[in-house]
Ligand binder design. Structure first.
Ligand code: NAD
Length: 408
């Protein structure tokens, strides 16, 4: 195993929650999302609604293409990311991992995955000796990212981990430490860093296209259908943390940072959770925060699972404004500059963001290119999320150190 020897810690990390997962799988598709004792576990779920499988498997294009194992065959993996491997130049699907045997067979057949490259959560550890797999893509519920990232590093693989990186800064630090121990790359799937409108917005802000930044506003929301923590991991605290902020609001948080181009020095926040609504028995319905930056700019960020859908980012400076609406969707981005240089900006096809991430990690693995969205960025964001919750819980403004941790 990559010259580090098989330590006791590595064996434990590789093993994960095997017994619990197999017990839950045996309980069938209606099995609970979270094991009652011992916290969150990876548990097989049924095929997501509306999942479309390819008629012909995507082809591997280059000899040095990076082989990915996809861990978790849910809605985002099956409907967004896996089809996009067809557009990647240097990345291909080498293996799949699922707790549902039927889904494993159907997806494996459609994507042309050999039988012996189809893993269950129980057999995942065997991936360590599978030379076809270079990187593991963790696309499980967010509360499982940390444990499965650590297991993938223990297997000697690179990791591409979905957002949010994890549910606490302590988990992020554990993931970064595991990456260093294994001497393997860790990339967080912040797709907006590969989306042409967001990239151009970063460029415009670097050129002071709206003058000196004064106000930022971001809003990401949708209205969630009736559900409960037993049925839906997104409203289950162990798997989703506080809810909309980690899932949707993180796009606004990211945009505020890459457009302001500085870290906030203080945050004040509030959360709201209606009584008697099973959707919000464990998570917040809405989270709003106000940030002050050292330059004097201020930002307002709001996110909700209980208001009509929106996804916008506004930046207002001394000389104009940059309006992105929708700002960070899968597709359909619109962006305009107002002020001295008023114009609509058509930056390119947002769809390139998906395969762009895959090729970026492949370049980092093969050529040592610097990762644009490393684990340290995910850690920074979880520190800010913790600061938002700390402010909301105390009802006070919290001061921040430059790395995003709360000043005591
Ligand atoms: P999903 O519910 O559609 O799929 C989750 C999958 O994880 C399930 O199908 C199942 O295969 C597996 N799983 C294993 N253990 C589970 C458990 N205990 N409970 C529920 N599922 C379990 O969710 P999704 O929308 O595919 O989200 C997965 C991850 O991808 C999340 O971290 C989410 O934040 C991220 N995501 C990112 C984007 C993006 O634009 N980057 C979009 C959607 C989701």
């Amino acid at each position: 195993m990559d010259g580090h020897g098989v330590t006791r810690r590595r064996l434990l990390e590789l093993g994960g929650g095997v017994t619990a997962a197999s017990l839950a799988l045996a309980a069938g598709p209606a099995a609970a999302l979270v094991q009652s004792r011992g916290g969150a576990r990876a548990i097989g779920q049924r095929m997501p609604q509306g999942a479309e499988l390819p008629a012909t498997p995507p082809r591997r294009k280059r000899a040095d293409s990076v082989g990915f194992a996809i861990v978790g065959l849910g809605g985002y993996a099956l409907n967004q990311m896996m089809p996009r491997f067809a557009e990647a130049g240097r990345a291909h699907i080498a293996a799949i991992v699922s707790g549902n045997a039927d889904k494993l067979a159907r997806v494996g057949d459609a994507y042309g995955i050999p039988q012996n490259a189809r893993y269950s959560y129980e057999t995942f550890g065997n991936i360590a000796s599978d030379r076809r797999v270079d990187a593991v893509y963790i696309v499980l519920p967010s509360g499982l990212h940390a444990d499965w990232t650590v297991r993938a590093f223990a297997a000697g693989k690179h990791v591409f981990c979905e957002k949010p990186m994890a549910l606490s800064s302590a988990e992020c630090e554990r993931m970064i430490a595991a990456s260093r121990r294994a001497n393997r790359k860790l990339m967080i799937a912040y797709r907006s860093h590969f989306e042409p409108h967001n990239l151009q917005a970063m460029e415009l802000m670097a050129q002071s296209a709206v003058g000196r930044t004064r106000l930022l506003r971001t809003e990401q929301s949708y209205r969630m259908s009736p559900t409960s923590p037993r049925e839906n991991w997104r409203v289950n605290r162990a798997l989703a943390g506080g809810g909309p902020l980690e899932d949707l609001g993180i796009y606004g948080l990211q945009a505020a940072l890459y457009l302001a181009r500085e870290m906030p020095e203080s945050i004040s926040a509030s959360t709201f959770r209606p009584a008697g609504d099973p959707r919000f028995s464990e998570i917040f319905a809405s989270v709003a925060s106000q940030w002050r930056f050292p330059s004097g700019a201020v930002a307002q960020l709001a996110t909700s699972y209980d208001s009509a859908g929106t996804n916008f980012v506004h930046v207002r400076g001394t000389d104009g404004a940059l309006i992105m609406d929708p700002a960070t969707n899968y597709s359909g981005q619109r962006m305009r500059l107002e002020g001295r240089d008023r114009r609509e900006i058509e930056a390119g096809d947002p769809l390139v963001q998906f395969a762009g991430q895959l090729d970026h990690l492949a370049d980092a693995i093969r050529d040592g290119a610097r990762i644009r969205t490393p684990g340290e960025m995910g850690l920074r964001d979880l520190r800010l999320i913790e600061a938002i919750y700390a402010s909301a819980a105390s009802g006070r403004t919290v001061g921040l150190k430059p790395d995003g941790t709360v000043r005591s």
